[in-house]
Ligand binder design. Structure first.
Ligand code: ATP
Length: 199
């Protein structure tokens, strides 16, 4: 599995629809300061579900929409589409190519797609969980992440290895089940109170 294409349109400095083709092997993005290199990694993080504007180096989420220049009008939406080669089947979906897209309108509406089918953010997160590619995947090593791997805190280091070992999906499901159980217990307590009152 590898990321083979990135389409960026209206995202940060990419005012026009731009196609970035990535070949197998090592790819380096080079360019002058401020030319938009980090905007490409921000775009990848964003599609994978980044919800923190700060992590995308902005103040609020709609800062990622092309804000205009002296010569160009601002745009009303941003969209990014990632295309993965999935011939190895690591992404658990029966397609050799997987495309995921996120679109954000200035009005605040968000849309997500897996292979052109509209979906929820949760579906994208689940699809990439334990592939190492997700927003918190070990494949995305920003400056802070290097510190995580070298961290003297064993919990922080453990999280990196858990993602690599493919157990995050089960941990997340367990946490969800525990939350539901807690809610059910609360409801049961409430029912018992009402029964007591009625007796
Ligand atoms: P460096 O090498 O200095 O780290 P870089 O190549 O990584 O730079 P980026 O940080 O990716 O550059 O891009 C910064 C540029 O993106 C700035 O010129 C900034 O004005 C532009 N930019 C960021 N957000 C927007 C936006 N919403 N609309 C238009 N341009 C934007």
């Amino acid at each position: 599995m590898f990321l083979k294409k990135i389409y960026v349109n209206g995202f940060k400095s990419f005012a026009e629809k731009t196609e970035i083709v990535i070949e197998k092997g090592i790819t380096a993005i080079v360019g002058p300061n401020g030319s938009g290199k980090s905007n490409i990694s921000d775009a990848i993080k964003w599609v994978l579900g980044e919800q923190s504007a700060k992590s995308l180096r902005g103040g609020k989420m709609d800062d990622i929409i092309f804000a205009g220049t002296e010569k160009r009008m601002p745009l009303g939406y941003a969209e990014v589409n990632l295309v993965f080669d999935n011939q190895t089947g690591i992404i658990p979906i029966e397609y050799n190519e997987v495309s995921i897209k996120r679109k954000l309108y200035k009005t605040g509406e968000s849309e997500y797609y897996i292979n052109k089918q509209q979906c929820r953010l949760k579906d994208i997160k689940e699809l990439f969980m334990d592939t190492g590619i997700g927003r918190d995947g070990y494949s995305f090593i920003g400056q802070g992440r290097v510190e995580d791997i070298l961290s003297p805190n064993s919990e922080t280091r453990r999280e990196v290895f858990e993602e690599a070992a493919g157990i995050v999906k089960y941990k997340t499901r367990k946490e969800e089940a525990i939350r539901k159980l807690d809610k059910t217990n609360d409801n049961l307590d409430r029912v018992e109170d009402i029964v007591h009152e009625l007796e």
